[in-house]
Design a protein. Structure first.
Length: 231
């Protein structure tokens, strides 16, 4: 029972601590006095960091459950577990390697795709649309909007507004990499001149992060008390 409680506490700490830090980072972005432009790659990397505990611990748990010999863990029969490992070592390695391939490959592919994107936090979508239109007018390439797709005249980018969260994602679909870099360069000062949104998201994110940190502290306390009782 002690071993099971220790595993639960460790899993909770490793899963929830990175998530709390990620939510605090988002809260800081949404509290700033001006909108903030974050490259899509860095935004996705931060998300991966926040979910890293679930990917590692949760993935390990799923892989363990896929093996019939996981019952030895709950019975505390470590000698049987070592025997099972010796008998099914290749199967364990194959499953773990496949899981890592999927996670790392999927993450790398998504990171590559989001390299040509921007995420703007703490901004009204309508104000951002006006700013991006002015940037293209300044570049001498007026952009026309059709739904979420903007063209000049070929398709250039898509805007994905999230009005409730006061943020906008820009996904570049054009082939001109230099134009995207120039747009990103000019968009930062243009967005910085915008007034911040009336954004309650920061309070929600802060409350969620603090609540999760309280749970993490509770798990740490349980671990310390358990170790103390054993001694």
């Amino acid at each position: 029972m002690f071993a099971f409680a220790l595993v639960v506490c460790l899993a909770g700490i490793f899963c929830l601590a990175p998530l709390a830090l990620y939510l605090l980072w988002l809260a800081v972005l949404n509290k700033k006095a001006r909108p903030t432009v974050v490259p899509g790659g860095w935004d996705f990397a931060a998300l991966c960091g926040g979910l890293s505990g679930f990917v590692l611990v949760g993935g390990g748990l799923v892989l363990s459950l896929l093996q019939s010999n996981v019952r030895y863990i709950f019975r505390g029969n470590f000698e049987a577990l070592r025997t099972a490992w010796a008998q099914e070592q290749l199967a364990w390695l194959a499953v773990a390697g496949g899981y890592l391939f999927i996670v790392v490959g999927g993450g790398w592919l998504t990171l590559t795709l989001r390299r040509r994107s921007l995420v703007v936090y703490n901004v009204e979508p309508e104000a951002f649309e006006t700013a991006i239109a002015e940037v293209f007018d300044h570049l001498g390439r007026p952009a026309q909007r059709t739904g979420n797709l903007w063209s000049a005249p070929d398709p250039l980018f898509e805007l994905e507004p999230f009005a409730a969260g006061k943020c906008v994602a820009l996904r570049w679909v054009g082939d001109d990499e230099r134009l995207f870099e120039e747009v990103a360069r000019q968009l930062r000062p243009a967005v910085a001149d915008l007034a911040p949104a009336d954004n309650p998201t920061a309070r929600w994110l802060t409350s969620a992060a603090v609540g999760i940190l309280v749970v993490v502290v509770f798990f740490v306390g349980v671990m310390v008390m358990s170790v103390g009782l054993v001694r």
